[in-house]
Write a protein that binds this ligand. Structure first.
Ligand SMILES: [Zn+2]
Length: 571
Protein backbone atom coordinates (compact mmCIF):
# COMPACT_ATOMS: atom_id res chain seq x y z
CA UNK A 1 0.00 0.00 0.00
CA UNK A 2 1.29 3.41 -0.92
CA UNK A 3 2.45 5.56 1.99
CA UNK A 4 -0.09 8.16 2.92
CA UNK A 5 0.93 11.13 5.00
CA UNK A 6 -0.66 11.27 8.44
CA UNK A 7 -2.46 14.56 7.92
CA UNK A 8 -4.19 13.12 4.88
CA UNK A 9 -4.81 9.69 6.29
CA UNK A 10 -6.30 11.18 9.45
CA UNK A 11 -8.27 13.93 7.78
CA UNK A 12 -11.67 14.00 9.52
CA UNK A 13 -14.42 12.41 7.44
CA UNK A 14 -17.32 13.10 9.79
CA UNK A 15 -18.32 16.15 11.75
CA UNK A 16 -17.74 14.11 14.91
CA UNK A 17 -14.06 13.66 13.90
CA UNK A 18 -13.42 17.37 13.69
CA UNK A 19 -11.18 18.44 16.58
CA UNK A 20 -11.77 21.61 18.56
CA UNK A 21 -14.42 23.34 16.41
CA UNK A 22 -17.54 22.23 18.21
CA UNK A 23 -19.28 25.58 17.84
CA UNK A 24 -19.00 25.48 14.04
CA UNK A 25 -19.89 21.84 13.66
CA UNK A 26 -22.98 22.20 15.86
CA UNK A 27 -24.33 25.07 13.76
CA UNK A 28 -23.76 23.21 10.51
CA UNK A 29 -25.41 20.07 11.85
CA UNK A 30 -28.42 22.13 12.93
CA UNK A 31 -28.60 23.74 9.49
CA UNK A 32 -28.65 20.30 7.86
CA UNK A 33 -31.23 18.96 10.29
CA UNK A 34 -33.57 21.88 9.62
CA UNK A 35 -32.73 22.03 5.91
CA UNK A 36 -31.76 25.68 6.12
CA UNK A 37 -28.71 25.80 3.91
CA UNK A 38 -27.17 29.18 3.07
CA UNK A 39 -25.81 29.75 -0.40
CA UNK A 40 -22.33 30.72 0.78
CA UNK A 41 -20.24 29.90 3.84
CA UNK A 42 -17.03 31.57 4.91
CA UNK A 43 -14.64 29.74 7.22
CA UNK A 44 -12.08 32.00 8.88
CA UNK A 45 -9.05 30.99 10.93
CA UNK A 46 -5.34 30.18 10.96
CA UNK A 47 -3.97 27.46 8.73
CA UNK A 48 -4.31 23.79 9.43
CA UNK A 49 -7.23 23.88 11.84
CA UNK A 50 -9.88 22.23 9.67
CA UNK A 51 -11.46 24.86 7.43
CA UNK A 52 -11.41 22.91 4.17
CA UNK A 53 -11.96 19.60 5.99
CA UNK A 54 -15.23 20.98 7.35
CA UNK A 55 -16.17 22.24 3.87
CA UNK A 56 -15.57 18.78 2.40
CA UNK A 57 -17.61 17.03 5.10
CA UNK A 58 -20.37 19.55 4.48
CA UNK A 59 -20.15 18.80 0.75
CA UNK A 60 -20.68 15.10 1.44
CA UNK A 61 -23.51 15.91 3.83
CA UNK A 62 -25.28 17.83 1.05
CA UNK A 63 -24.70 15.32 -1.75
CA UNK A 64 -24.76 11.97 0.05
CA UNK A 65 -27.10 9.55 -1.71
CA UNK A 66 -28.75 8.70 1.61
CA UNK A 67 -30.19 12.20 1.61
CA UNK A 68 -29.34 15.48 3.26
CA UNK A 69 -27.62 14.35 6.45
CA UNK A 70 -25.26 15.43 9.23
CA UNK A 71 -23.67 11.97 9.04
CA UNK A 72 -22.80 11.23 5.38
CA UNK A 73 -22.48 7.50 4.68
CA UNK A 74 -18.94 7.61 3.21
CA UNK A 75 -19.83 4.57 1.10
CA UNK A 76 -22.10 5.85 -1.66
CA UNK A 77 -20.58 6.95 -4.98
CA UNK A 78 -21.03 10.61 -4.21
CA UNK A 79 -19.34 10.36 -0.83
CA UNK A 80 -16.49 8.27 -2.19
CA UNK A 81 -15.88 10.60 -5.14
CA UNK A 82 -15.80 13.59 -2.87
CA UNK A 83 -13.32 11.83 -0.54
CA UNK A 84 -11.17 10.86 -3.52
CA UNK A 85 -11.31 14.42 -4.83
CA UNK A 86 -12.80 13.52 -8.20
CA UNK A 87 -16.45 14.44 -7.84
CA UNK A 88 -17.72 16.33 -10.88
CA UNK A 89 -20.06 18.29 -8.62
CA UNK A 90 -17.41 19.56 -6.26
CA UNK A 91 -14.95 22.13 -7.52
CA UNK A 92 -12.00 22.88 -5.32
CA UNK A 93 -10.16 26.04 -6.23
CA UNK A 94 -7.01 27.35 -4.63
CA UNK A 95 -7.41 31.11 -4.51
CA UNK A 96 -3.66 31.53 -4.35
CA UNK A 97 -3.01 29.95 -7.74
CA UNK A 98 -6.29 30.67 -9.53
CA UNK A 99 -6.69 34.33 -9.00
CA UNK A 100 -7.13 35.37 -12.59
CA UNK A 101 -10.47 36.70 -13.57
CA UNK A 102 -10.75 34.22 -16.47
CA UNK A 103 -10.89 31.30 -14.10
CA UNK A 104 -13.66 32.86 -12.10
CA UNK A 105 -15.51 33.52 -15.37
CA UNK A 106 -15.11 29.82 -16.17
CA UNK A 107 -16.48 29.14 -12.76
CA UNK A 108 -19.53 31.21 -13.58
CA UNK A 109 -20.05 29.11 -16.70
CA UNK A 110 -19.77 25.92 -14.66
CA UNK A 111 -22.35 26.88 -12.08
CA UNK A 112 -24.97 27.52 -14.76
CA UNK A 113 -25.29 23.79 -15.39
CA UNK A 114 -27.14 21.43 -13.15
CA UNK A 115 -25.09 19.09 -10.97
CA UNK A 116 -24.01 15.87 -12.65
CA UNK A 117 -24.94 13.42 -9.95
CA UNK A 118 -25.60 15.06 -6.59
CA UNK A 119 -28.17 17.59 -5.44
CA UNK A 120 -25.81 20.55 -5.52
CA UNK A 121 -22.83 21.98 -7.30
CA UNK A 122 -20.38 22.79 -4.55
CA UNK A 123 -17.61 25.30 -4.99
CA UNK A 124 -14.82 25.30 -2.40
CA UNK A 125 -12.37 28.20 -2.70
CA UNK A 126 -9.40 28.01 -0.34
CA UNK A 127 -7.41 31.16 0.47
CA UNK A 128 -10.22 33.15 -1.12
CA UNK A 129 -8.62 36.45 -0.04
CA UNK A 130 -5.96 35.88 -2.72
CA UNK A 131 -8.41 36.44 -5.57
CA UNK A 132 -7.80 39.58 -7.60
CA UNK A 133 -10.30 42.43 -7.52
CA UNK A 134 -11.69 41.58 -10.92
CA UNK A 135 -12.02 37.95 -9.87
CA UNK A 136 -13.94 39.10 -6.79
CA UNK A 137 -16.21 41.20 -9.00
CA UNK A 138 -16.95 38.26 -11.24
CA UNK A 139 -17.60 36.08 -8.17
CA UNK A 140 -19.87 38.71 -6.70
CA UNK A 141 -22.17 38.54 -9.75
CA UNK A 142 -22.78 34.86 -9.02
CA UNK A 143 -23.21 35.45 -5.31
CA UNK A 144 -25.77 38.19 -5.90
CA UNK A 145 -28.08 35.80 -7.69
CA UNK A 146 -26.94 32.33 -6.79
CA UNK A 147 -28.62 29.50 -8.69
CA UNK A 148 -30.42 27.35 -6.06
CA UNK A 149 -28.31 24.30 -6.90
CA UNK A 150 -25.01 26.06 -6.14
CA UNK A 151 -23.35 26.38 -2.72
CA UNK A 152 -20.08 28.16 -2.01
CA UNK A 153 -17.56 27.41 0.69
CA UNK A 154 -14.81 29.93 1.17
CA UNK A 155 -11.85 29.48 3.46
CA UNK A 156 -9.42 32.19 4.46
CA UNK A 157 -6.68 33.04 6.92
CA UNK A 158 -7.07 36.77 6.20
CA UNK A 159 -10.72 37.80 6.13
CA UNK A 160 -9.86 41.53 6.15
CA UNK A 161 -8.61 41.15 2.59
CA UNK A 162 -12.00 40.00 1.34
CA UNK A 163 -14.33 42.74 0.04
CA UNK A 164 -17.22 43.49 2.37
CA UNK A 165 -19.64 42.92 -0.49
CA UNK A 166 -18.55 39.28 -0.58
CA UNK A 167 -18.46 38.78 3.18
CA UNK A 168 -21.94 40.21 3.62
CA UNK A 169 -23.32 37.45 1.38
CA UNK A 170 -21.76 34.67 3.40
CA UNK A 171 -22.55 32.94 6.63
CA UNK A 172 -19.30 33.41 8.50
CA UNK A 173 -17.68 30.97 10.91
CA UNK A 174 -14.59 31.78 12.91
CA UNK A 175 -12.62 28.67 13.69
CA UNK A 176 -10.36 28.69 16.69
CA UNK A 177 -6.84 27.49 17.28
CA UNK A 178 -6.96 24.03 18.72
CA UNK A 179 -6.08 23.66 22.39
CA UNK A 180 -2.82 21.88 23.26
CA UNK A 181 -4.71 19.21 25.16
CA UNK A 182 -6.88 18.41 22.14
CA UNK A 183 -3.87 18.22 19.84
CA UNK A 184 -2.06 15.96 22.30
CA UNK A 185 -5.05 13.68 22.53
CA UNK A 186 -5.28 13.43 18.75
CA UNK A 187 -1.52 12.84 18.32
CA UNK A 188 -1.54 10.14 20.99
CA UNK A 189 -4.37 8.40 19.16
CA UNK A 190 -2.50 8.55 15.86
CA UNK A 191 0.79 7.41 17.42
CA UNK A 192 -0.93 4.44 18.99
CA UNK A 193 -2.49 3.49 15.70
CA UNK A 194 0.84 3.90 13.87
CA UNK A 195 2.55 1.82 16.61
CA UNK A 196 4.91 4.63 17.48
CA UNK A 197 6.18 4.99 21.05
CA UNK A 198 6.30 8.65 21.92
CA UNK A 199 6.99 10.35 25.26
CA UNK A 200 4.26 12.53 26.76
CA UNK A 201 6.69 15.45 26.86
CA UNK A 202 7.38 14.90 23.17
CA UNK A 203 3.65 15.12 22.42
CA UNK A 204 3.48 18.30 24.45
CA UNK A 205 6.46 19.75 22.58
CA UNK A 206 4.85 19.03 19.21
CA UNK A 207 1.59 20.57 20.37
CA UNK A 208 3.44 23.68 21.58
CA UNK A 209 5.34 23.95 18.33
CA UNK A 210 2.24 23.68 16.17
CA UNK A 211 0.59 26.71 17.80
CA UNK A 212 -2.93 25.37 17.62
CA UNK A 213 -2.69 24.02 14.08
CA UNK A 214 -3.59 20.36 14.03
CA UNK A 215 -2.33 19.79 10.50
CA UNK A 216 1.08 21.20 11.42
CA UNK A 217 1.18 18.93 14.45
CA UNK A 218 0.34 15.91 12.33
CA UNK A 219 2.96 16.82 9.73
CA UNK A 220 5.50 17.22 12.52
CA UNK A 221 4.70 13.74 13.80
CA UNK A 222 5.15 12.43 10.25
CA UNK A 223 8.52 14.12 9.97
CA UNK A 224 9.63 12.75 13.35
CA UNK A 225 8.65 9.22 12.42
CA UNK A 226 10.65 9.55 9.20
CA UNK A 227 13.59 10.92 11.17
CA UNK A 228 13.54 8.82 14.33
CA UNK A 229 11.48 5.76 13.56
CA UNK A 230 9.06 4.24 16.01
CA UNK A 231 10.47 5.69 19.22
CA UNK A 232 10.32 9.44 19.79
CA UNK A 233 11.56 11.45 22.79
CA UNK A 234 11.12 15.07 23.81
CA UNK A 235 14.76 15.73 22.91
CA UNK A 236 14.06 14.53 19.36
CA UNK A 237 11.22 16.99 18.99
CA UNK A 238 13.19 19.89 20.44
CA UNK A 239 16.10 19.11 18.15
CA UNK A 240 14.10 18.75 14.95
CA UNK A 241 12.03 21.88 15.49
CA UNK A 242 14.54 24.15 17.23
CA UNK A 243 12.28 24.35 20.28
CA UNK A 244 13.39 25.17 23.80
CA UNK A 245 12.68 22.63 26.53
CA UNK A 246 9.92 23.30 29.02
CA UNK A 247 12.49 23.31 31.81
CA UNK A 248 14.62 25.97 30.15
CA UNK A 249 11.51 28.04 29.53
CA UNK A 250 10.57 27.78 33.19
CA UNK A 251 14.07 28.73 34.31
CA UNK A 252 14.12 31.70 32.00
CA UNK A 253 10.70 32.88 33.19
CA UNK A 254 11.74 32.52 36.82
CA UNK A 255 14.95 34.43 36.10
CA UNK A 256 12.92 37.26 34.57
CA UNK A 257 10.51 37.41 37.50
CA UNK A 258 13.36 37.39 40.00
CA UNK A 259 15.10 40.16 38.05
CA UNK A 260 18.25 38.08 37.60
CA UNK A 261 19.78 39.77 34.57
CA UNK A 262 22.91 37.61 34.45
CA UNK A 263 20.95 34.39 34.42
CA UNK A 264 18.61 35.74 31.73
CA UNK A 265 21.44 36.83 29.45
CA UNK A 266 23.27 33.56 30.09
CA UNK A 267 20.24 31.60 28.93
CA UNK A 268 19.85 33.65 25.77
CA UNK A 269 23.48 33.01 24.97
CA UNK A 270 23.09 29.26 25.48
CA UNK A 271 19.95 29.07 23.40
CA UNK A 272 21.43 30.99 20.54
CA UNK A 273 24.53 28.79 20.57
CA UNK A 274 22.26 25.76 20.44
CA UNK A 275 20.60 27.19 17.35
CA UNK A 276 17.18 27.58 18.95
CA UNK A 277 14.46 29.55 17.24
CA UNK A 278 14.58 32.83 19.18
CA UNK A 279 11.42 34.22 17.64
CA UNK A 280 9.48 31.22 18.79
CA UNK A 281 11.11 31.49 22.20
CA UNK A 282 9.52 34.93 22.59
CA UNK A 283 6.12 33.55 21.70
CA UNK A 284 6.49 30.69 24.16
CA UNK A 285 7.61 33.00 26.94
CA UNK A 286 4.66 35.27 26.20
CA UNK A 287 2.37 32.27 26.36
CA UNK A 288 3.85 31.28 29.71
CA UNK A 289 3.39 34.74 31.22
CA UNK A 290 -0.11 34.92 29.84
CA UNK A 291 -0.88 31.65 31.60
CA UNK A 292 0.51 33.07 34.84
CA UNK A 293 -1.73 36.09 34.35
CA UNK A 294 -4.75 33.85 33.93
CA UNK A 295 -3.56 31.96 37.01
CA UNK A 296 -3.45 35.11 39.12
CA UNK A 297 -7.09 35.75 38.30
CA UNK A 298 -8.35 32.21 38.62
CA UNK A 299 -6.62 31.81 41.99
CA UNK A 300 -9.04 34.44 43.17
CA UNK A 301 -6.20 36.44 44.66
CA UNK A 302 -6.23 39.00 41.86
CA UNK A 303 -3.08 40.68 43.15
CA UNK A 304 -3.16 43.95 41.22
CA UNK A 305 0.58 44.50 41.37
CA UNK A 306 1.25 41.02 40.09
CA UNK A 307 -1.20 41.54 37.25
CA UNK A 308 0.39 44.88 36.42
CA UNK A 309 3.85 43.31 36.25
CA UNK A 310 2.76 40.40 34.09
CA UNK A 311 0.94 42.75 31.72
CA UNK A 312 4.06 44.86 31.39
CA UNK A 313 6.15 41.81 30.63
CA UNK A 314 3.65 40.59 28.04
CA UNK A 315 3.66 44.04 26.43
CA UNK A 316 7.43 44.08 26.18
CA UNK A 317 7.50 40.59 24.69
CA UNK A 318 4.77 41.45 22.19
CA UNK A 319 6.79 44.47 21.06
CA UNK A 320 9.91 42.34 20.76
CA UNK A 321 8.08 39.73 18.72
CA UNK A 322 6.90 42.42 16.33
CA UNK A 323 10.35 43.93 15.89
CA UNK A 324 12.16 40.62 15.64
CA UNK A 325 10.13 39.65 12.60
CA UNK A 326 11.87 42.31 10.58
CA UNK A 327 15.25 42.25 12.20
CA UNK A 328 18.42 40.39 11.36
CA UNK A 329 19.91 40.78 14.82
CA UNK A 330 17.23 38.90 16.68
CA UNK A 331 19.54 38.11 19.54
CA UNK A 332 20.16 41.72 20.50
CA UNK A 333 16.47 42.51 20.39
CA UNK A 334 15.70 39.47 22.47
CA UNK A 335 18.33 40.29 25.06
CA UNK A 336 17.23 43.87 25.50
CA UNK A 337 13.60 42.82 25.67
CA UNK A 338 14.28 40.21 28.36
CA UNK A 339 16.38 42.61 30.39
CA UNK A 340 13.51 45.09 30.21
CA UNK A 341 11.15 42.34 31.32
CA UNK A 342 13.40 41.50 34.26
CA UNK A 343 13.43 45.16 35.24
CA UNK A 344 9.67 45.45 34.86
CA UNK A 345 9.36 42.49 37.21
CA UNK A 346 11.25 44.35 39.91
CA UNK A 347 10.12 47.94 39.51
CA UNK A 348 7.37 48.94 41.92
CA UNK A 349 4.01 49.15 40.23
CA UNK A 350 1.69 52.12 40.42
CA UNK A 351 -0.56 50.10 42.72
CA UNK A 352 2.26 49.57 45.17
CA UNK A 353 3.36 53.18 45.03
CA UNK A 354 -0.16 54.36 45.75
CA UNK A 355 -0.43 51.88 48.61
CA UNK A 356 2.84 53.13 50.05
CA UNK A 357 1.84 56.78 49.75
CA UNK A 358 -1.49 56.01 51.40
CA UNK A 359 0.30 54.20 54.17
CA UNK A 360 2.60 57.17 54.64
CA UNK A 361 -0.35 59.49 54.78
CA UNK A 362 -1.96 57.42 57.49
CA UNK A 363 1.42 57.13 59.11
CA UNK A 364 1.90 60.88 59.35
CA UNK A 365 -0.56 61.27 62.24
CA UNK A 366 0.59 58.15 64.02
CA UNK A 367 4.23 59.10 64.03
CA UNK A 368 3.53 62.53 65.41
CA UNK A 369 1.39 61.01 68.10
CA UNK A 370 3.70 58.19 68.98
CA UNK A 371 6.86 60.25 69.07
CA UNK A 372 5.38 63.44 70.41
CA UNK A 373 2.18 63.34 72.46
CA UNK A 374 -0.43 65.84 71.41
CA UNK A 375 0.39 68.53 73.89
CA UNK A 376 4.07 68.54 73.07
CA UNK A 377 3.78 69.48 69.43
CA UNK A 378 2.50 73.04 69.94
CA UNK A 379 5.10 73.46 72.63
CA UNK A 380 7.99 73.02 70.28
CA UNK A 381 8.16 76.65 69.07
CA UNK A 382 8.20 77.88 72.64
CA UNK A 383 11.01 75.60 73.45
CA UNK A 384 12.95 76.70 70.41
CA UNK A 385 12.44 80.43 70.89
CA UNK A 386 12.90 80.67 74.60
CA UNK A 387 16.07 78.78 75.28
CA UNK A 388 14.15 75.75 76.36
CA UNK A 389 14.70 73.61 79.36
CA UNK A 390 16.80 70.59 78.60
CA UNK A 391 13.92 68.18 78.77
CA UNK A 392 12.04 69.77 75.89
CA UNK A 393 15.10 70.02 73.70
CA UNK A 394 16.05 66.40 74.03
CA UNK A 395 12.49 65.31 73.71
CA UNK A 396 11.98 66.93 70.33
CA UNK A 397 10.47 64.32 68.04
CA UNK A 398 12.93 62.75 65.62
CA UNK A 399 10.91 63.99 62.66
CA UNK A 400 9.13 67.16 63.73
CA UNK A 401 6.36 68.33 61.48
CA UNK A 402 8.35 71.49 61.17
CA UNK A 403 6.08 73.85 59.20
CA UNK A 404 3.19 73.04 61.46
CA UNK A 405 5.25 73.61 64.57
CA UNK A 406 6.65 76.86 63.27
CA UNK A 407 3.26 78.34 62.44
CA UNK A 408 1.27 77.00 65.35
CA UNK A 409 0.13 79.37 68.03
CA UNK A 410 2.40 79.03 71.01
CA UNK A 411 0.49 77.86 74.05
CA UNK A 412 1.00 78.48 77.65
CA UNK A 413 1.33 74.80 78.34
CA UNK A 414 4.70 73.90 79.70
CA UNK A 415 6.89 71.72 77.56
CA UNK A 416 6.93 68.13 78.66
CA UNK A 417 9.23 65.31 77.83
CA UNK A 418 7.71 63.63 74.78
CA UNK A 419 8.93 60.13 75.40
CA UNK A 420 6.70 58.27 77.76
CA UNK A 421 8.42 56.44 80.53
CA UNK A 422 9.37 53.16 78.95
CA UNK A 423 7.52 50.09 80.15
CA UNK A 424 9.68 47.20 81.37
CA UNK A 425 11.36 45.47 78.46
CA UNK A 426 9.63 42.14 79.17
CA UNK A 427 6.25 43.78 79.08
CA UNK A 428 7.07 45.52 75.84
CA UNK A 429 8.25 42.30 74.29
CA UNK A 430 5.00 40.64 75.26
CA UNK A 431 3.08 43.54 73.74
CA UNK A 432 5.02 43.23 70.51
CA UNK A 433 4.48 39.50 70.34
CA UNK A 434 0.79 39.88 70.99
CA UNK A 435 0.43 42.61 68.42
CA UNK A 436 2.81 41.12 65.87
CA UNK A 437 0.18 40.66 63.13
CA UNK A 438 -0.63 44.34 63.50
CA UNK A 439 3.05 45.28 63.25
CA UNK A 440 3.41 43.15 60.13
CA UNK A 441 0.34 44.59 58.47
CA UNK A 442 1.27 48.12 59.37
CA UNK A 443 4.84 47.83 58.11
CA UNK A 444 3.51 46.18 54.98
CA UNK A 445 1.39 49.21 54.27
CA UNK A 446 4.44 51.44 54.42
CA UNK A 447 6.72 49.15 52.42
CA UNK A 448 4.92 46.33 50.68
CA UNK A 449 8.08 44.29 50.23
CA UNK A 450 8.60 43.65 53.95
CA UNK A 451 5.24 42.18 54.75
CA UNK A 452 5.98 38.67 53.57
CA UNK A 453 9.37 38.57 55.25
CA UNK A 454 8.06 39.85 58.57
CA UNK A 455 5.60 37.01 58.72
CA UNK A 456 8.62 34.73 59.09
CA UNK A 457 10.07 36.78 61.92
CA UNK A 458 9.27 37.35 65.59
CA UNK A 459 10.35 39.88 68.22
CA UNK A 460 13.11 38.32 70.34
CA UNK A 461 14.06 41.05 72.81
CA UNK A 462 13.66 44.73 73.67
CA UNK A 463 16.84 46.40 74.90
CA UNK A 464 16.59 50.10 75.60
CA UNK A 465 15.56 51.73 72.33
CA UNK A 466 16.32 48.66 70.27
CA UNK A 467 14.01 45.82 69.31
CA UNK A 468 15.70 42.63 68.18
CA UNK A 469 13.85 40.65 65.57
CA UNK A 470 14.61 37.00 64.91
CA UNK A 471 14.09 35.40 61.55
CA UNK A 472 13.35 31.78 60.94
CA UNK A 473 16.66 30.38 59.60
CA UNK A 474 14.71 28.79 56.80
CA UNK A 475 14.09 32.26 55.42
CA UNK A 476 17.61 33.58 55.87
CA UNK A 477 17.56 35.06 52.39
CA UNK A 478 14.89 37.52 53.45
CA UNK A 479 17.23 39.28 55.85
CA UNK A 480 18.81 41.15 52.95
CA UNK A 481 15.51 42.97 52.47
CA UNK A 482 16.26 44.97 55.59
CA UNK A 483 19.53 46.31 54.26
CA UNK A 484 17.28 48.85 52.56
CA UNK A 485 16.81 51.91 54.73
CA UNK A 486 13.26 52.27 53.59
CA UNK A 487 12.30 48.75 54.58
CA UNK A 488 14.09 49.06 57.89
CA UNK A 489 12.35 52.33 58.65
CA UNK A 490 8.98 50.83 57.82
CA UNK A 491 9.51 48.19 60.46
CA UNK A 492 10.86 50.66 63.00
CA UNK A 493 7.92 52.96 62.50
CA UNK A 494 5.54 50.11 62.93
CA UNK A 495 7.29 48.97 66.11
CA UNK A 496 7.39 52.53 67.47
CA UNK A 497 3.72 52.82 66.79
CA UNK A 498 2.90 49.83 68.93
CA UNK A 499 5.35 50.68 71.73
CA UNK A 500 4.38 54.36 71.59
CA UNK A 501 8.01 55.44 71.63
CA UNK A 502 10.67 55.67 68.96
CA UNK A 503 12.72 52.51 68.66
CA UNK A 504 15.21 51.08 66.21
CA UNK A 505 15.30 47.47 65.07
CA UNK A 506 17.93 44.84 64.46
CA UNK A 507 17.38 41.84 62.25
CA UNK A 508 19.07 38.52 62.77
CA UNK A 509 18.59 34.79 62.35
CA UNK A 510 17.00 33.15 65.34
CA UNK A 511 16.42 29.61 66.56
CA UNK A 512 12.76 29.84 67.09
CA UNK A 513 10.21 29.06 64.42
CA UNK A 514 8.30 32.18 63.59
CA UNK A 515 4.78 32.24 64.94
CA UNK A 516 2.16 31.90 62.33
CA UNK A 517 0.77 35.26 61.43
CA UNK A 518 -2.76 35.51 60.22
CA UNK A 519 -3.05 36.46 56.56
CA UNK A 520 -5.68 39.06 57.21
CA UNK A 521 -4.14 42.38 58.07
CA UNK A 522 -5.50 44.18 61.08
CA UNK A 523 -8.30 46.57 60.19
CA UNK A 524 -7.33 50.08 59.20
CA UNK A 525 -9.21 51.71 62.09
CA UNK A 526 -6.75 50.36 64.60
CA UNK A 527 -4.27 52.88 63.35
CA UNK A 528 -6.44 55.77 62.48
CA UNK A 529 -8.11 55.88 65.89
CA UNK A 530 -4.74 56.39 67.49
CA UNK A 531 -4.18 59.67 65.72
CA UNK A 532 -4.84 62.52 68.12
CA UNK A 533 -8.39 63.67 67.51
CA UNK A 534 -7.53 67.32 68.08
CA UNK A 535 -4.68 67.33 65.59
CA UNK A 536 -5.24 70.47 63.54
CA UNK A 537 -5.00 70.33 59.77
CA UNK A 538 -1.66 71.58 58.58
CA UNK A 539 -1.89 75.29 57.89
CA UNK A 540 -2.42 76.09 54.23
CA UNK A 541 0.82 76.26 52.34
CA UNK A 542 1.27 79.15 50.04
CA UNK A 543 1.44 78.13 46.44
CA UNK A 544 4.96 77.55 45.29
CA UNK A 545 6.33 77.35 48.81
CA UNK A 546 8.29 74.22 48.04
CA UNK A 547 10.64 74.80 50.94
CA UNK A 548 7.86 74.52 53.50
CA UNK A 549 6.47 71.40 51.89
CA UNK A 550 9.87 69.83 51.85
CA UNK A 551 9.96 69.99 55.63
CA UNK A 552 6.89 67.84 55.97
CA UNK A 553 7.56 64.33 57.06
CA UNK A 554 5.35 62.53 54.57
CA UNK A 555 6.66 64.68 51.71
CA UNK A 556 10.22 63.91 52.74
CA UNK A 557 9.47 60.24 52.68
CA UNK A 558 7.89 60.37 49.25
CA UNK A 559 10.87 62.37 47.95
CA UNK A 560 13.12 59.78 49.50
CA UNK A 561 11.13 56.94 47.99
CA UNK A 562 11.45 58.30 44.46
CA UNK A 563 14.75 60.06 44.94
CA UNK A 564 12.81 63.10 43.71
CA UNK A 565 12.67 66.86 44.04
CA UNK A 566 9.70 69.21 44.29
CA UNK A 567 9.21 70.88 40.94
CA UNK A 568 5.99 72.74 41.58
CA UNK A 569 3.40 73.17 44.32
CA UNK A 570 -0.18 73.71 43.22
CA UNK A 571 -3.25 74.65 45.16
ZN1 LIG B 1 -22.95 8.93 1.01
Amino acid sequence: MAYEVIARKWRPQQFSDVVGQGHVVQTLENALASNRIASAYLFVGPRGIGKTSIARIFAKALNCETGLTATPCDTCDNCREIMAGNSLDVLEIDGASNNRVDEVRDLRETVRYAPARGRFKLIIIDEVHMLSNSAFNALLKTLEEPPPHVKFFFATTEPHKIPATIISRCQRFDLRRIAEAEIIERLALIAKDEKVKIEDDALLAIARGSEGGLRDAESALDQLIAFKGKKITEADVLQVFGLVSRRTLDELSEGILAGEMASVIGHVDELEQAGKDLQRLVLELMDGFRNRLVGVYTDGQGDKSEVERLLRICDILAGADERMRFSLSKRILLETALVRCARAAKVATLEEIIAQINALKAEGGVVTMAAAPAEAAPAAPVARRAAPPAAAATAAPPKPAAPKAELAEPTAQPAKPTAQPAAPAGEELATLKAQWPKVVAHAGRIAVAVQGALKDACPAAVEGDTVHLDFDPEFASELSLFESARNRKAVERSLSNVLKRPVTATFQLGQEKAPHVAETPAPEEEYTVEAPPAEPDPPPMRKGNAQAWKQRDEVKQVLDMFNGTIVDVRE
